[in-house]
Design a protein around this ligand. Structure first.
Ligand code: NAD
Ligand code: DAU
Length: 354
């Protein structure tokens, strides 16, 4: 079996659901259930013996030791993290705790576990660390996309904490010979994305008749990848990646934020026209910028394509349409996750931007 951390969050849950659609290999899913973790996302697996959910904190060494001893996984896929840049600006401590201390704790537990394995179990064990393109910093308009050898230059407490975790993972390979793999991926979107992030926030606000808050001039660029394509890339790297290597994952879909919001409004105008008429674009408002806002991310994913034959299956157009359709069909899920704590966050983040 494999052990997943953070499998009640956006990408981790998509990964678990996709994994069990394509394989009968069981999954132990370890998640602390912060505001970002949601068991409703895993409801399709209720009663499925291939999925075991365990509520635990990756910073808890004895819990991690017990889980590894009990389930004896052949691999760990590590998604658990604090993941939202704006939250890291308002409260960086949780990011250092989970992303740095938590990854360190998990690595230590994994090292002790791996050291006791023998033969093919030891040979075949993998620790797959899921990371981000944000560790490489910000690009100018004409700069070449990030490659696996681009120097690290993180600019937010979030990306700095992820950079710290990447360095620890790298060190465990070089120092202890631990069989690690790292993937650095661009911006994901798709089903079960928590509505604090750009795409689901814009869909939710549009449908609720609320303003669509675009930071700064709206011209910051991100590379967008459909979450199912990210999950496929992780499966491929886990299966055939070379230990100690880093693979960049991206969608070859560079868009500025305004283009993304316009496309979302146009899709909603077609799929769910406003009752009062007119376009959702009328709800766009420009608000105060994010401090230290990275201008552009772009990913060169050719290594993964060349060495492991992975390419994204979705274009931005097909992926975004699927996503909007999913949100329209799953308003109940959105209502469930946008609870009291979510509304408090909206006041903290957007109150001062008006
Ligand atoms: P998310 O915030 O939606 O989910 C994170 C999950 O981790 C939640 O279920 C949460 O409960 C859990 N968690 C948090 N702290 C924990 C702890 N101490 N112990 C156990 N569980 C804990 O995040 P996501 O968007 O799904 O991102 C998953 C991973 O992918 C992260 O490592 C992130 O850095 C990375 N990543 C995300 C993106 C993206 O666009 N979302 C892109 C590239 C990489
Ligand atoms: O690049 C990968 C990263 O992508 C992941 O590592 C992070 O976990 C993930 O959250 C994401 O980070 P971003 O900061 O790029 O995503 P976010 O959705 O927060 O913002 C995307 C862009 O949209 C960014 O330029 C800020 C802007 N934005 C965001 C929000 C929430 C707005 O203009 N308005 C908003 O209300």
């Amino acid at each position: 079996m494999i052990l997943i951390t953070g499998g009640a969050g956006f990408i981790g849950a998509n990964f678990v659901l996709d994994w069990l659609r394509g394989s009968d290999e069981p999954v132990v899913n370890v998640d602390k259930l912060t505001y970002a973790g949601n068991l409703k996302t895993l409801a399709p697996l209720d009663g499925d013996a291939r999925h075991t959910f365990v509520r635990a904190d990756i910073c808890d060494r004895s819990a991690m030791d017990s889980l590894l001893a009990k389930y004896a996984p052949r691999a760990i896929v590590h998604f658990a993290a604090e993941s939202h840049v704006d939250r890291s600006i308002h409260g960086p401590a949780d990011f250092v705790q989970t992303n740095v201390v938590g990854t360190f704790t998990l690595l230590e537990a994994a090292r002790a576990y791996w050291n006791k394995l023998e033969g093919s179990a030891r040979e075949g064990f993998r620790f797959h660390h899921v990371s981000t393109d944000e560790v490489y910093g910000s690009l100018g308009v004409d700069d070449a996309p990030f490659t696996e050898t681009t120097p690290y230059a993180p600019n937010s407490p979030y990306s700095a904490s992820k950079a710290g975790s990447d360095h620890l993972v790298r060190a465990y390979f070089h120092t202890y010979g631990m069989p690690v793999l790292t993937t650095n991926c661009s911006n994901n979107y798709g089903p079960y994305h928590f509505p604090e992030k750009l795409i689901p926030l814009m869909i939710a606000n549009a449908l609720a008749g609320k303003p669509l808050p675009v930071y700064g001039d709206g011209l910051n660029v991100r590379d967008w990848l459909y979450v199912g394509d990210h999950c496929a890339a992780i499966r491929r790297v886990l299966e055939a990646g070379k230990v100690g290597e880093v693979y960049n994952v991206g969608g070859w879909n560079e868009k500025n934020n305004l283009e993304v919001v316009h496309t979302l409004c146009d899709l909603l105008d077609t799929l769910k026209p406003r009752e009062q008429g007119g376009s959702y674009r009328e709800q766009i408002t420009f608000v105060k910028d994010r401090p230290g806002h990275d201008r552009r991310y772009a990913i060169d994913a050719r290594k993964l394509e060349r060495e492991l034959n992975w390419k994204p299956a979705e274009t931005f157009e097909t992926g975004l349409r699927k996503t909007v359709e999913w949100y329209l069909a799953n308003q109940e899920w959105v209502a469930d996750v946008t609870s009291g704590a979510y509304r408090e966050w909206v006041d903290v983040n957007y109150g001062g931007r008006r």
